[in-house]
Design a protein around this ligand. Structure first.
Ligand SMILES: Cc1ncc(COP(=O)(O)O)c(C=O)c1O
Length: 374
């Protein structure tokens, strides 16, 4: 079976270095928020091109902490996409604010600035732009809109470590950039981890307070806070993998090139890169009206695929009841058509070609192309 992602393969490719770094942490005796976390924060901030990085427990917490640090709370609305990991909206809910969903751009699967503008109300406090699948949302337009309407802009960078818009790395453009280090991400830990980055020293200070009980000093809580600390073992592993992130991203882009070349005459809708942006291919997502049949066929050929995401957030039970009734046509159509092909740096070219052959076989013998959903 060719897996859709393979975090173990990544561990094996750094095995000796990871084991010795873990040993060092174990022998050192400090397991949470120590030297490794401090060094990783410095290195990651430099990599992204910001002054501050705050290591946290996971990507959901990075978003929750960012919203809290920006003053978002009960009574506020936060505009974001419904076509994303539920974590994006869950983080808004955790603050007591209401997630308001705007539709996506068809080609890029990211927040449509025109729809955002239409969704702004006097209660709107912030926008969360999700850089889905490995490339930028229309951040130039969203940043301009946020500035002109006095809104905060958070970048959800869980799927775009290292990607750029123009010269700048994603995460460095909004007020706060939020990263997840879930094991399958482009920069993945061997457990959970996350990071919030910002250029603003005051926001960085607030993020640090909120991530540890609101402590201004040990045992003295100056503000509300909870526990969302990054641990030393994850930080040590992430420091090692950060060194090869650009190389890993280049390998993903190379594999994406193989897919695109192999499938370009197939009639399938293939990923499009936003002009002026780089794509780091966290996922290689194709579109077909026969998605479910294709997925089944590929599974039978030993190719594991996934759907990101099968049910838009505004249609999920926990959200449906509280969301105002709405239709998000691009989002709802995407959920029926998207399919993620295997993509990870250790994927062999031979395997990528097997995936292409299996997709083509489906198209030749299966139900054919047909029109995409309206
Ligand atoms: C777009 C997006 N946002 C947020 C998250 C949440 O990250 P985590 O799983 O580390 O909490 C994820 C990962 O699942 C994600 O893909």
């Amino acid at each position: 079976m060719i897996p859709c992602s393979d975090p173990r393969a990544q561990y094996l490719s750094h095995k000796e270095e990871i084991r010795s770094a873990m040993d060092k942490v174990l022998e050192g005796g400090r397991y949470v928020l120590g030297q490794e976390v401090a060094a990783f924060e410095t290195e990651f901030a430099a990599y992204i091109g910001v002054r501050h990085a705050v290591g946290v427990a996971n990507g959901t917490d990075a978003l929750h902490l960012a919203l809290t640090a920006l003053g978002v709370g009960p009574g506020d609305e936060v505009i974001t996409v419904s076509h994303t990991a539920v974590a994006t909206a869950a983080a808004v809910r955790l603050t007591g604010a209401v997630p308001v969903f705007a539709d996506i751009e068809r080609d890029f699967f990211t927040l449509d600035p025109v729809r955002v503008e239409a969704a702004i109300t006097p209660r709107t406090k912030a926008i969360i732009a999700v850089h889905l699948y490995g490339q930028s949302a229309d951040l130039d337009a969203l940043a301009k809109l946020a500035r002109s309407r006095g809104l905060k802009l958070i970048e959800d960078c869980a799927q775009c470590h290292g990607a750029r818009l123009g010269e700048r790395r994603l995460g460095s453009i909004g007020d706060i950039g939020c990263f997840s280090f879930y094991p399958t991400k482009n920069l993945g830990a061997i457990g959970d981890g996350g990071m919030a980055v910002t250029d603003d020293p005051e926001l960085a200070g607030r993020l640090r307070l909120h991530r540890e009980y609101g402590w201004s000093e040990r045992y003295v809580s100056a503000v509300d806070g909870w526990n969302s600390r990054l641990d030393e073992i994850q930080a040590a592993v992430l420091r090692i993998k950060l060194k090869s992130l650009d190389r890993d991203n280049a390998r993903r882009a190379h594999l994406a090139g193989i897919y695109t070349e192999g499938l370009q005459a197939s009639g399938l809708v293939l990923p499009v890169t936003r002009p002026g942006a780089t794509h780091v291919y966290h996922l290689y997502v194709i579109r077909t009206a026969h998605r479910d049949a294709m997925q089944k066929f590929l599974t039978g050929r030993g190719v594991n695929t996934l759907i990101h995401y099968p049910m838009p957030i505004h249609m999920q039970p926990a959200y449906r009841a509280k969301a105002s009734p709405q239709r998000l046509p691009q989002t709802e159509t995407a959920a029926l058509e998207v399919l993620s092909l295997p993509m990870y740096p250790e994927l062999e070219e031979k395997s990528a070609r097997e995936v292409i052959a299996a997709v083509k076989e489906f198209l030749a013998t299966g139900p054919g192309q047909g029109a995409l959903h309206d």
